[in-house]
Design a protein around this ligand. Structure first.
Ligand code: NDP
Ligand code: KPL
Length: 304
């Protein structure tokens, strides 16, 4: 299968690398120093599941790839619109674009630009980052993808994609309610990104401190109430499951937002805590915890 990775960073290059190892023709779309290193030295992955090195095609302009069967869409949320436009020349009638970004609403932005029929909703639980240009460091045992058609249908193309991902050793669930799965991840990641970045700490320290542990729970509960207000059927068990994910991912786990913050890169606060505030306002559900985080991190990020 011919595959392009739009935004070959921590998530994209890691999964792209696993697919290439199974014989798929994978091209990485990247930019800057990272692109230069990929072109000169190939992709290096250091992973708890095993290190590997691959000389993969890496380009800055998707036009150099030609039409593809599958796109992994793995840019940060703030790059969605521009990156979707750049994809247009490599899309065929039956190309599938699997979105793996954090946040809610990215699929809708994608659909407006490339067409609803091409977009599969998705998310991933994995800790992975660009350690230095050309080198990905994948740190978590967990590396799951959950995806599905936005309308919940279990289609042949989705079943085929699940098989391809599973053959590449990626634990993959095909969901008939991806919108709900995305909200579950949204509840977890908006709250986990908030508490890790504001405290500049990993999961273990946060959960071991009674006060930050309570704050994390408050952030999760706030999203639960916002979700309910927006007619999303999350339960209190989902809040507890989200809390347990932070516990189970291990004490050294950091959010990708904290890693970006440490690298003094733009952070996705607008589409995580900022988005919770907006969804809350829409249905008159107060969000003081996420509002505080959104304000503090927005200001801090202007000082890089
Ligand atoms: N990292 C993680 O552990 C996880 C991340 N996620 C989510 O997945 C998404 C991707 O995150 P992550 O992999 O960390 O991001 P990265 O920043 O590591 O990777 C994205 C890469 O795409 C590049 N890029 C962006 N736009 C373009 C473009 N138009 N053309 C070429 N290159 C481009 C970026 O370049 P530049 O650096 O110059 O901006 C960057 O190198 C985010 O929404 C994140 O929240 C979800 C689960 C886990
Ligand atoms: C917390 C983690 C690493 C788990 O998938 C994540 O999704 C992120 O930080 O973006």
């Amino acid at each position: 299968m011919k595959i392009a990775v739009m935004g070959a960073g921590g998530v994209g290059a890691y999964f792209g690398g696993l697919l290439a190892r199974k014989g798929h023709e994978v091209s990485l779309i990247a930019r800057g120093e990272h692109l230069k290193a990929l072109q000169e030295h190939g992709l290096t992955v250091k992973s708890v599941h095993g290190d590997f090195h691959l000389p993969l095609k890496a380009v800055g302009d998707p036009k150099e790839i030609g039409p593809v069967d599958l796109v992994l869409f793995t840019v940060k949320a703030y790059d969605t619109e521009k990156s979707a436009e750049q994809l247009l020349p490599i899309l065929k009638e039956d190309t599938v674009v699997l979105n793996l970004q954090n946040g809610i609403g990215n699929e809708e932005i994608l659909a407006k630009i490339i067409g609803q029929d091409k977009v599969l909703g998705g998310l991933t639980y994995i800790e992975t980052t660009i350690e230095r240009p050309g080198v990905i460091s994948q740190k978590s045992v967990k590396r799951d993808i959950i995806f599905g058609e936005m309308n919940g249908e279990i289609t042949d193309r989705a079943k085929k994609l699940q098989e391809i991902l599973q053959k590449a050793e990626i634990p993959t669930i095909l969901s008939d309610n991806i919108q709900k799965e995305m909200w579950k991840k949204f509840m977890f990641i908006s709250s986990f990104s908030a508490i890790t970045t504001i405290t500049e700490s990993a999961a273990g320290d946060i959960l071991a401190c009674e006060k930050t542990d309570r704050l994390f729970r408050k952030l999760l509960e706030e999203v639960y109430h916002v979700a309910k207000g927006n007619q999303i059927e999350l339960t209190e068990d989902d809040v507890e499951s989200a809390y347990q994910i932070a516990k189970n991912m291990g004490p050294t786990t950091k959010s990708s937002m904290l890693r970006d913050f440490e690298k003094k890169k733009q952070i996705e606060v607008d589409t995580l805590s900022g988005a919770i505030v907006k969804y809350g306002k829409k249905v008159n559900v107060p969000t003081p915890y996420h509002e505080m985080v959104d304000g503090v991190l927005t200001l801090k990020a202007t000082k890089f």
